[in-house]
Structure formats: structure tokens, C-alpha cells
Design a protein around this ligand. Sequence first.
Ligand code: APR
Length: 228
Amino acid sequence: MKKKIVILTGAGISAESGLNTFRDADGLWEGYDVNDVATPEAWDRDPVLVQHFYNLRRKAVLEALPNAAHKALVALEARYEVTIITQNIDDLHERAGSSHIVHLHGIITRSQSSANPALTYPVEGWELKMGEKCELGSQLRPHVVWFGEPVPMIEEAARLAAQADIFMIIGTSLLVYPAAGLVNFVPRQARKILIDPKAPKVAGVSGIESVKMKAGEGVPQVVRELLL
Ligand code: APR
């Protein structure tokens, strides 16, 4: 039986693809107030602004390419059963070729009914327009989880984390819950590897191997070791 590797990724893995992280010096939130663009209240108040903000995010994602870190994770599938749990709304793990990906915070290349979050659709191109409606007749919004909204995939993610033989954490500040709490579901005996130049603190978990490198270098290095 193949060993199970479960990998939690955050914005840092896509930084070298040219997509801004949220909380670094040049982070995305620096130019925006989260409350203006990433909450249900913002959508109720000013849907045009919110739609525009995410149209720009979608455009940037479509123009970006998977980097060495996304690609290296694909190679692990030769030897391990690999699941990626990503907080990212980009599709770079998909485009790199990974097979099992759970999107905790949604994916920007899909739209979502503003009446029923379970209704999602592919977006053609970068722009989701006001006036584009779901089958129930309500405006389409980006398929992303906003602050204050439930995270429907978290139970599935916790179930997967609990089965890990090896758990990797790549490029996340671990400041946003419930995603940051997933590490607490990982079995105590599992190997835990963190790849992030800032090596964020992981509360309540010991024995973490910290690789203080950028993902583009650190991930291929760790993958090489895991495939030896
Ligand atoms: N390689 C690896 N890690 C990097 C790199 C890099 N090249 N550049 C930055 N990082 C690390 C930073 O050190 C930081 O720990 O990536 C992390 C980015 O943290 P955040 O910006 O907070 O992003 P993330 O943890 O993914 O945010 C979680 O918050 O705003 C919400 O929904 C959004 O999914 C997002 C969630």
C-alpha cells in the first residue's frame, strides 16, 4: 500500500508564479480592505466593486503559470497517494497536473449562484459580468469562500489530514481558520514538513521539520528526498 501524503498549500506556493500573497509586505490585502471586497456584506453593499476585484484576480490567475513547486508535487504521485488541500483560489495545482485537489476556499475559474452556493459553473474567460445569472435567476458571483462564510470542504479536509503518513505545509501564514486548524487532525506519529521562508508558528504541534526556503526551491528539494 502506498503511503499517504497530504499537503496543505497557501498563497506562498503561487508567489513565484507572480500571484501576490495576502499578508506579505506587498500583499493583496495591503491595497484593499478585506471588508470591502471579501465578505457577504461587501457583496450586498457593492456587488460591482466585488465582482471587479475578483475579475482582476481571475485575469491574473489565467495569465500565471504553475511554477517548480506545483510541478514537483506532481512527481510525488509516482510513489505516494497524494492529496493537496489548497487555500488558494487559483488553478495552478490542476494545471501542473496534480490528481487529487481539495479547494477549501473555492476556485476563481468558477462562478457561484448568489442564491444557492451549491450551484457552480465554469467562467468563460476572465470576466464575470453583472447580469449573468444562475439557473434560479440570481446574479452569479465568484466561487470563493468569503470571510464569515462556512467552509463546506473543511470536514472532508479534516478526514484526509487524519489519514496522513506525511503532512506537508507550504506557503501559508496559518492565520486563517478553520484551514490553520487542520494540522491538529494529523496523527501524532506522522512526519510533518513545513516549507516557508518565514516558518510560521504551528500552534499545539511538535516535531515539525522546518525548511526555511521559497517554495520554488524548497519543494523540489523535499520532493527529491521523499523519492530517494
Ligand atoms: N514560497 C513559499 N512561501 C512563501 C513565499 C514563497 N516564494 N512567499 C511568501 N511565502 C509565505 C509567507 O512567508 C507566508 O507565510 O506564504 C505565506 C503567505 O501567507 P498569507 O499571505 O497569509 O496567505 P495564506 O496563508 O494562503 O492566506 C490564507 O487568507 O485571505 C485569506 O482566503 C485567503 O486563502 C487565503 C487565506
